[in-house]
Each structure stands twice: as C-alpha cells, then as structure tokens.
Write a protein that binds this ligand. Sequence first.
Ligand SMILES: Cc1cc2nc3c(=O)[nH]c(=O)nc-3n(C[C@H](O)[C@H](O)[C@H](O)COP(=O)(O)OP(=O)(O)OC[C@H]3O[C@@H](n4cnc5c(N)ncnc54)[C@H](O)[C@@H]3O)c2cc1C
Length: 574
Amino acid sequence: MLRDARHVLNGTHIDCDLCVIGGGAAGLTIARELAGGSLSVVLLEGGGLEVDGISQALYAGRNVGLPYERLTTARSRYLGGSTNCWGGFSRPLETTDFAERPWIPGSGWPIRRDTMMPYYERSHSVLGLGPFEYDNDYWMERVGGPRTELIPVEADDGGGVGSPGGFENRVAQLSPPIRMGEAYRAEIGRAANITAFLNANVTGLDTNHSATAVEKVQVRTLGGPGFTVGARLFVLGCGGIENARILLLSNKVQAAGLGNGNDLVGRYFADHPRFKTAPVRLARQGRHRTLYDVSLCLARRRLRRPHPSIALALSPTAELQERKALPNSRTYLVASYHSGALDAFKAMRDLRLLPSRHRCRRFGVSEDEAASLLRNAGPRILRSLPQLAHALFDSTIDPGWLPRRFTLETVLEPVPNPESRVTLDHATDPFGRNLPKVDWRLTAQDRWGATETQRLLREDLLRRGLIAVDGGEGHEEGGRSEAEATMADVGWCWHHMGTTRMHDSPRHGVVDSDGRVHGVGNLYVAGSSVFPTMGADHPTMTIVALALRMTDRILALLQDERNSPPAPAIAASL
Ligand SMILES: Cc1cc2nc3c(=O)[nH]c(=O)nc-3n(C[C@H](O)[C@H](O)[C@H](O)COP(=O)(O)OP(=O)(O)OC[C@H]3O[C@@H](n4cnc5c(N)ncnc54)[C@H](O)[C@@H]3O)c2cc1C
C-alpha cells in the first residue's frame, strides 16, 4: 500500500516488524523481497512519486573539499532514489576488491566475493540487466561483429607491462536504465504487508537509554504532521551522505551520534575520482571505438542497438596491481567533443528554469542560483554549439570515415581516507536538523595511482601501435604537460561511499559483515556507505546484492524470533 505521510494524524505511532528508511536502490530492493510475506513492513520515503524541487532542496548541504557537484543535484530525492538519474552501468566488484592488499591502507571486506556471487546473480533481474555473464568472449560473440574487436592488450607482445599480467578488458552491462520507483511502485502498492509512506522525512532515530537498540524513528512532513514508527528491526538506506547524517543527528543518548563510539561515522567518504589524459587518436578506430567510447555506448543503448548493451574498459590485472602497488581502475574513451556537448545539455537544462518559480522549486534551485545559472546559460550554449552538433551527428550517423580524438578517462579506486568525511554543518534544514558538510579529499597515493596507471597504459598502447598522440610523445595540450593534464579537472561519478564502513571490529568499522551497526542490535545500514574498499566499478549492483543478502538475514532472524519464546530470546539475539 502507498500512502501520503502528509495525511497521517499528527502524533500517531505505528508499529511493524521491519522499518525501512529510504526508498532508493537499497530500500526498494529489501521491500520488494518481503512483498506478500508475513512480516509487516513500513517503508519511509522522503520524496514523492516524481521529482519535486521542494523535496530535492532537502538534499542541500555544503561542499568544503575538492570541487564537487551541488548536493541538491548529486542525487535524486523521490521514490527510486538515484536510480531516477543513474547511468545504469553495472558490473560486480573484482575478487581483489574484497581482499586486504598491503599497498592499499585500510583495504579489505569482511566478506569474500564468493559469498556475494549468488546475490550478484539475483541483482540482475532487479536492475533489468541481461544474462549474468561477464566473460569477454561471450559478449564478443553475442554483440560483437566482424568490424568490432577488443583492444588487444591481453595479447603477449613479448615484453613490457602489456604482456599477460598487464592490462585486461572488462565488460560492464548497461541497465535500460531501470528507474526503480517507476518499475516497482505498483508491486509495493499491491503488497498487503507493506505500507510505503511518501513525503515521510526521517529526522532521527530514538534509542533506549543505553543506545543499544532503536525504539522508534521520528518522521516529519513539510508543513504537515509528524509521527513515529516503532519496529523490531530498522534498516537505514538513505544514500551514502544521508546515512551518516541521520546517524550523527541521532545523538540524544550517544552525544557523538548513533554507532559513532569510535568516531568513524561520516569518515572515509569517497567517490570514484575520474582523471583525463590529453587527447589521443585510435590507430584502428573503426574496430575499437564502438565498445570503448562511452558516449557512443550510451547513444547505442538509446537506440537499443545492440540489446543488452555493454561497454568495455581497460583495467590493470590483479598481478599488475600487486607488482606496481596500483589501485584498481578502469579506463575508457571519451570523444573530445563530449564534455562540451554535455555542458551544452546542462545549460539547456538550466534554461528550462527560465520562466517560472515553480520550475526553480521543481529542480531544487534557489531563485538567486537560477538567475546566475540563466545568465551563463546562453554563452555556454553558444560556446558549445559546435561540439553539440558534432556529438549529435556522430552518435546518430556514426560515420566510419570521420577522424576523432579521444581522451583516455580513468576511474580510480580511491584509497580509504579517514580525513575525507561527512560531518554536520551549522546550517539547518526546514526541520531544524543540521545539513551535511562534505569534505571530499584525495590522498597523494590516489594522485600517484592515477598518473602511474595512465602512464603505463599509454605506454603499452603506444608500443603496440594502438594509439597515436598528436604531435608525438611529450606533446603538450594547451601548454600543459601530460602529467599536469592528468591531474587537472578531477571529476567524480556521483557514487557516495564509505561513510559507515563495514568491518568485523567496531574499532575499524561502523557496521558488521551483515550491515548491522556495531553495538546497536536492531539497526542495519544498506547502501554504498558500508563499502570499506570501493573497487573501480559502479556501486549499485553491489548495493542491490548486499540488500538481497541483508533481507535473507533479516527474514531468518525475525522468523526465528517468531518461532522461539518471546522477550528474553529476542532481546538476546538483538
Ligand atoms: C547522475 C548519476 C549517475 C549514476 N550512474 C551510475 C551508474 O551508471 N552505475 C551505478 O552503479 N551507479 C550509478 N549512480 C549511483 C547510484 O544511483 C547509487 O549508487 C544508488 O542509487 C544508491 O542507492 P541507495 O539506495 O543507497 O541510495 P538512493 O538510491 O539515493 O536512495 C536513497 C533514498 O532515500 C530517500 N531519503 C533520503 N533522505 C531521507 C530521509 N531523511 N527520510 C526518508 N527518506 C530519505 C531518498 O529520497 C531516496 O529515495 C549514479 C548516480 C548519479 C546521481
């Protein structure tokens, strides 16, 4: 059943077996798994059924670290969460991403990839992906053609880092992309055991006097009623920034915030940094571009050619990572006109704000902000028109003869960094709750890892005659050397991770290997905030796999409790 929280009687208290906070990738996965079962589930979603600036504005916050996307536009605040705006790129993390690696401080999960595999497999149907298959040969047979081939970095060329054990091809699948709110709202609405409250903003978790169990959550609506929800178990699934914020705000008993006895909540905030090289040309563009040019892969998905869609990237093998003490990474191609075209698209989106205040609200932008965006939109569009025209022509007509320049774009596994963190700001939201302050930082090791990875890959591709650099080696782009170009304009991927990291010991992690908050027996955290090491791949498939695993655990736990004598047994297991 779907209900609007604004119609609940003020001061109401609702009890259930399981309370899921947040209706995004993680929360909806859990709720769907339990739909039609015997457990009573309350899902609390802060937004409504579609994008709404007023709800979006509740995602405000302050960036004080590296330049980063405005927090109101860096995620979607309505049913389906950020699957409403995600790109759909999906691939399981690698075996080594789960392992402790001496050259990556703080690395390693308390669970192994083997444990995750059945859940990764199940995540495919949740995310609308193709067959559970990540073998390059399989995909080349299925979607490759006589004119498409993998970049042959795995072939033994008799020396250098590029011989076997150097770089490898990794395939990612592209979800249509599924918008989980739209796809699953009917199913949730039909489930008699689930009540999903929309516009239900959770402002804090109330615990018992020792902060060892959550008793109820506080729910507020904008200008409307407030109510509470009690449950036997609670799952917090509000995304990588809000999960930390809500725990920090829940400080009535534990002054530092719930689960924060060891000052870890909010620390280790990470996104996947993106680094670009100066432009290169492909020696065999006709054969190699289709699978590696990310803009073309997205355009082909839009045209459903081929389906299911895939995209390829080049990554250091586990051996190379170990040999050179490198972090994991994936590098793909981005056509040189892409960033200009993207900026023109963004400027056009800003123009949509033009005539009405209503639209400003809809997109979560203040009127002052809108005025400044609009002043800049015209010049930005004019400046980027040639690239926009180029992009449209190239992705729809795709002429084989057109010469193109590409940047090699590397997405890097960030080194876990306790100084990169989410804390509470002094500014508050309309409920009087402190906004998040995001201090995204990278370490010298991250920057070295990016430069070194790009140097090794470029050398390998050049030696094999697969790329050419305009003007030869040492070419300078816009007066910048290659190394400087790599470090300029660090980008991000909108992947908010690490703030409630998973570890067997409460001294090193906020949650245990099941996602349960150390010391708080009935509180679980779902989402990429629990990732202790991030890998270089897209997080959502791992988020969904972890949510499926968590649901199995929760089901078993609650059903066990039902079958055993009440209070003492329940208290002990919680
Ligand atoms: C532009 C963009 C592109 C992306 N592309 C990819 C990609 O290609 N591949 C990939 O794997 N990932 C991608 N991602 C990341 C992906 O969207 C997230 O990993 C995923 O959605 C996170 O799932 P989640 O459930 O943890 O959080 P979310 O999906 O963000 O859901 C959180 C939910 O909690 C609700 N909520 C927040 N605060 C409260 C509160 N106080 N009370 C009640 N409810 C609340 C929100 O409204 C939201 O519905 C992308 C993200 C963005 C923004």
